[in-house]
Design a protein around this ligand. Structure first.
Ligand code: CA
Length: 473
């Protein structure tokens, strides 16, 4: 007889913003199968990442530690697989564990997946069509190309593993999609979607970056102007005005993005159907999330990195019929940092003292502890690399966000060593949810700014990070 401990199916995609999921009120697409998870469980509206890029967020999820602790600060700092992780602890405690799909924490014996009974992962970002995989094996695994479309293949691998598992022990499966990461290459089945439609534009598509710190206008991630022909899959007419180019490129970009999301949705549906057919739905915790958010033309941008809402927010929906009321919504602040502690808690495994997150199991039951966090700490380290986004850290509370662009590489691997004058940004999210007006220097916000700055430094010190040397005024 199977034991009571729940199975954990952790579904994570790459760069899937919550505002491209219908359960989060998307204006631009439908995701009926992802919505099944939200309708059958809980939707978290304020789940945030602590560093909005792939490798660091994934390392935080596995280790339950901030990036200044696990040392995975940028895309050039692969994770040392000697760190303790929640899959290792689950496996030591009788769980069957596996990971299939995107890993992006490094390759070779020092960085390949550990703590898993089985795994097959894409090297680096991986390909959409006929991708190469690294399969579990000695010395970091063996490489082999698999014919087909990446989202289908990762799903097939996951289902094959589930079918052959030991039915008497619980499982933890990390089912990790490459999609919808660039270059957004759809399969034939979804290539026709949205062909004769015009996708609604976001309110801030033509943002002019006024009333912000200089980091916003300096960022080189504008839809159109900063995109290349591989991303748009056609020749780009660079003689168009910036506005005309952005309008045209947005449609090209967002349609492909939504097509690759549609494939994820179909494939997640296959797995949910399988759980239903096997009678496993009741005792399986199903999560759908993404390693961070993404700008879907918001602020005129694609990509992520900034502490702004669209990039900071992770979709996080969780279904667990034994504990969670269907169709419930939570707006407490939870972090990618907390996932490891939550999973160990659900599995009845003690949480190591050096894990920095907190299990949010009480939130699943609709009960927020009185001392639950009211603010979160964020830090982006990869100064200037890839999209010229300046290094920054900040604090977000329920109402405000204070960002400090210290704009210095600080010797981080992969960051670019050019230093600029630091700048502050303060947003009142209640009055300015789109973050268009920096009120840091506004007299009405002088007290708020002072309090937030103190809270930021307190939080920074609590989590063991260091404040930037010139961070005084
Ligand atoms: Ca990502």
């Amino acid at each position: 007889m199977a034991e009571d401990r729940p199975n954990i199916l952790f579904i994570m995609s790459d760069d899937h913003a919550a505002h491209a999921m219908s359960c989060y009120g998307s204006r631009i697409n439908e995701t009926p199968n992802l919505d099944r998870i939200a309708e059958g469980g809980m939707r978290f509206d304020n789940c945030f990442c602590t560093n909005s890029i792939c490798t660091p967020s994934r390392a935080t999820i596995l280790t339950g530690m901030y990036n200044h602790v696990n040392k995975v600060t940028t895309l050039s700092t692969p994770m040392d697989n000697r760190f303790q992780t929640f899959p290792k602890l689950l496996r030591e405690n009788g769980y069957q564990t596996a990971v299939f799909g995107k890993w992006h924490l490094g390759t070779g014996a020092a960085h390949c997946p550990t703590g898993f009974d089985d795994w097959a992962v894409l090297p680096g970002q991986g390909l959409y069509h006929n991708p190469e995989f690294i399969f579990r094996g000695p010395d970091g695994g063996t490489r082999r190309t698999v014919e087909g479309y990446v989202t289908d293949i990762i799903t097939d691998m996951s289902l094959d593993w589930l079918r052959q598992r030991d039915n008497d022990r619980p499982f933890c499966l990390m089912y990790h999609h490459k999609a919808p990461h660039r270059e957004w290459e759809p399969d034939e089945k979804h290539a026709h979607l949205f062909l004769n439609e015009e996708i609604p534009e976001p309110e801030t598509l033509y943002d002019d970056y006024s009333d912000r710190a200089s980091a916003a206008s300096a960022a080189q991630m504008r839809v159109g102007g900063h995109m290349n022909e591989r991303e748009l899959k056609c020749r780009i007419n660079r003689t168009l005005s910036e506005r005309a180019l952005r309008k045209w490129a947005y449609q090209r970009y967002i349609k492909d993005y939504l097509r690759v999301v549609a494939s994820i949705d179909d494939n997640v549906g296959r797995v949910l159907d399988w759980l239903d057919a096997e009678g496993l739905t009741h005792n399986t915790v199903v999560i759908y999330t993404s390693d961070q958010g993404f700008f879907l033309g918001d602020h005129g941008w694609y990509d992520k990195r900034f502490m702004y809402e669209e990039s900071l927010r992770m979709p996080f929906i969780l279904r667990y019929p034994k504990e969670v009321t269907p169709g419930s919504v939570n707006d407490d602040i939870v972090l990618n940092l907390d996932f490891a502690s939550l999973f160990l808690d659900l599995a009845g495994v003690p949480i190591p003292e050096d894990f920095q997150g907190r299990s949010f199991r009480p939130l699943l039951r609709g009960s927020t502890p009185p001392d639950w966090r009211r603010a979160m700490y964020y830090r982006y380290w990869m100064h200037k690399a890839h999209h010229n986004v300046y290094a920054h850290y900040g604090i977000r509370t329920e109402r405000h966000k204070l960002i400090y662009y210290y704009s210095d590489a600080l010797g981080q691997e992969g960051a670019i060593d050019e230093t600029y004058t630091p700048e502050w940004e303060l947003f009142d999210l209640e009055k300015d949810p789109r973050e268009l007006k920096n009120v840091y220097d506004h007299p009405d916000y002088a007290i708020v700014a002072k309090e937030l700055k103190e809270a930021l430094h307190r939080l920074q010190s609590e989590v063991g990070d260091e404040r930037y040397g010139k961070d005084v005024d």
